[in-house]
Design a protein around this ligand. Sequence first.
Ligand code: BGC
Length: 757
Amino acid sequence: MKKYITIWGAFLLLLLSCTKENIVDKSDQFVDELLSKMTLEEKIGQMNQYTSYWEMTGPAPKNSSAQKRLEDIKNGRVGSMLNVYGAKATYEAQKLAVENSRLGIPLIFGYDVIHGYKTMAPIPLGEACAWDTEISKLASRLAAKEATAAGLHWTFAPMMDVGSDARWGRVMEGCGEDPYLASLLSVARIQGFEGDDLSKENTIAACAKHFAGYAYVEAGKEYNTVDIGTYTLHNMVLPPFKAVAKNGVSTFMNSFNLINGTPATANPYLQRNLLKDKWGFDGYVVSDWGSIKEIAYHGAAEDLKQAAQLAINAGSDMDMESNAYLPYLKELVEEGKVKESVIEDAARRILKVKYKLGLFENPYKYSNPKREKEVINSKESRDMARKIARHSMVLLKNNEQLLPISKQVKSIAIIGPLAKDKNTPLGSWRAQAVKNSAVSLLEGIKNTVSSNTKINYAKGCDLAIGTRDFRAELNFSNTINKREIDKAVNAAKKSDVVILALGEDCFQTGEGRSQTDIQLKGTQMELFKKISKLNKKIIVVLMNGRPIAIPEIAQKADAILETWFAGSEAGNAIADILFGDFNPSGKLTMSFPRNVGQCPIYYNHMNTGRPNSSGNVFWSHYTDAPNTPLYPFGYGLSYTNFTYGTVKADKESYTKKESVHLNLILSNTGKFTGEETVQVYIQDPAATYARPVKELKAFQKVKLASKEEKRITFELNKKDFGYYSPEGEFLFESGTYYIYVGCNSRDVQKIAVSFID
Ligand code: BGC
């Protein structure tokens, strides 16, 4: 306790002389003073992060390595812990550090709060389909509110890896395939997490991850090599990271992959030259789990010691579970292989984030059992989750306006392995969500329809069988269960409307879940085929964490609603849409391929030298499938209809200092109030370095009542028309540009403008 009193006293003295304006200088002053008292070992201790393998509130562990960890915490050799959560556990763990170590420096507790702590919002890929920064902020607010009430200071989110390969299971954690959208939404997510004042008890430090290139793993295979040119790096991978670094984020996490031969964790260009020097990022970089150790496995270091040397010199400030910094950094300094100033810089960055969180003021401030009880899973949280979920869903098909269904419908069949599943909607990366705690589709529909509606439920088939958890390989049920299929057929036959809930198991996407096939697993297609032969109106409700290949469903179902893994309130939110309490407005942020062979498929591709058919086979295409996706980026329907007026630019020709002003009239010509996301893409058809066929540069989400119309305007300038050279230099070139405006990346109007020098 004595040590804590000393450090707290220093903090108090500093605070007395503090005004809001000079708080930043004060943090520097405080941290500098603290650093001046710290030994080299203590500074290195701050750079070490351990996971919790034991129950912090229980008796001391017997296992010797766990025992060592406890001793390390007590002796100031640990700066951070992950996977300690809950007001009580974080309090106990904090006490170990604060009351026993020489300087009593508090720990920072990190955890993967990816789309909620206990109350789950939709998975990030779904949330991104709202194309709405306010919704993204709200989702992070929800997560921050609950996580901080459980004593957490730091979340390992948001993931901002721009990716277009549906085989890679981690696409569920990101924003999709577009760097512009990912930049906007990532900034919003961070604002939601961190708020304006990180020291507030309900704001949490965010972590921009994974820096960089992880989504480009070859063949979509997890932890695989990344070999992309610097042109792709600067134009596709880096923009969201640059945007959040410039806008302010407390921490970054590097990534597992090699990038052009160098492991990202050992990459000085990315972490030092770009992030810290050029972009001015003043937070700290944590390695990914074990990624320092993996430098040697990649074949880029002789041993763990050399890996530690490479990682710290490259700018990885904190070691997550490689156990590389604690044993080797001091030795490396003594040998002159790592400068002491490098250690000092890393420790300073970490201590500054702790300062911003207010941990020196009160290391226990987040560990508040009363708040934990009040906030977590409160009605307010559930309402937030339901709102976000409604906005995340994408209506892919709606023949003859089959949806919305009347709440007075006489009978509905609810069929499918996911119809009654209360676990799958929680998705993967679910922090402390209680297993089976989501509102199932069946429950949501029962909560919504009239008491006279007869519901005929049948599972039809199983999907995943055996252990279903975060760590285990998943097994699927591949044998057709005739009895279950018959029951499903009977349920469908006696119902007016058939709803089929199909898709992926919750643990089918996420880390370690790459697939070579993205069609529906198990016997779901057999079930679909049987039901689709019955000549009934079929609505397919999809639950999945990545784009899936569903050409037959797209052709034969009457309506399709993509609901992703919609979180704790999934069933209620889906029912809100199916029965018309909410008009769907989501738009896809990843293209849906027709088959896995098209992966990676993305709207912002290059033209190639042979883009069009010339009457023979010698053009850029597949001989067995079209080039186009099944559903393009930006696609999503509404229950109402929107009509786009002619798009006009204010001029044809501009100087490079001028902005292009666009306008058009958008009309709601349908029967319902609805929201439309008007999208603006550009193309530079003749650039120094060839540019993609389309690039999203602006969008607006507009709400219109039935028969209402509105003039929509956009302003585009240099930053929108420019791009990066392979060397990372920003170029804005004169010449003709095409501008495309429309309701998705495919259905657009085209105009041309030009810039003169
Ligand atoms: C993941 C990170 C995550 C970390 C800590 C790693 O395996 O790649 O995204 O934050 O584990 O759980």
